[in-house]
Design a protein around this ligand. Structure first.
Ligand code: IMP
Ligand code: MG
Length: 184
């Protein structure tokens, strides 16, 4: 166990085992839904990088990957509503079947904006796969097509998710002690 980070974790919400099992299920579901197709999985950096790596290896149809980076949070714990594209996709998505892969759907600001940007590029289809969903905080009309876990209204870190760019490398998902961001 990683003691330098562990002291800041209130409790483990999703263990490595739970994450592994659920990601395998999502991969199997996507493989069945996209059989005979060649979807492009679009990872929204940076939070989804670990989920993306595990999910793509759980998918056994032919697929491609691409990456996009957006910012909406700065170093706080609530979305600013202002979304910037920091890195765009490398390839055109016109006529392609797109699966957007995100770490967490919270207020929905980021993905509501991003899905509109991608729709305007005329993909054949576009679906959203999020590892975590915090529906209690939603302010935008957006829903995931594939969702790993519903989580309570608490700030979570690990398995790619950060607070102030830290804790991404925790192998599980934990609730961050409020003292950590209250003092920060
Ligand atoms: P939204 O725009 O409010 O839906 O926020 C989406 C982004 O905010 C996610 O992709 C995360 O990067 C970040 N975020 C939201 N909630 C959390 C959390 O509990 N922990 C870490 N990051 C979060
Ligand atoms: Mg993110």
């Amino acid at each position: 166990m990683s003691s330098c980070m562990e002291k800041d974790i209130e409790k483990i919400l999703l263990s490595q085992e739970e994450l592994k099992n659920r990601v395998a299920q999502l991969g199997a579901q996507i493989s069945a839904d996209y059989a005979g197709k060649e979807p492009v999985l679009v990872s929204v950096l940076r939070g989804s990088y670990i989920f993306m790596a595990d999910l793509t290896r759980a998918i056994d149809c032919m697929c491609r990957v691409d990456f996009m980076a957006v910012s909406s949070y700065g170093s706080g714990t609530a979305s600013s509503g202002q979304v910037n594209i920091l890195k765009d996709l490398s390839d055109s998505i016109e006529g392609k079947d797109i699966i957007v892969v995100e770490d967490i759907l919270d207020s929905g600001n980021t993905l509501f904006y991003l899905m509109q940007v991608l729709q305007a590029r005329h993909p054949a289809s576009i679906k959203l796969c999020t590892l975590l969903d915090k529906p209690s905080r939603r302010t935008k009309p957006i829903q995931a097509d594939y969702s790993g876990f519903e989580v309570p209204d608490a700030f979570v870190v690990g398995y790619g998710l950060d607070y102030d760019e830290k804790y991404r490398n925790l192998p599980y998902i934990g609730i961050l002690k409020p003292q950590v961001y209250e003092k920060g």
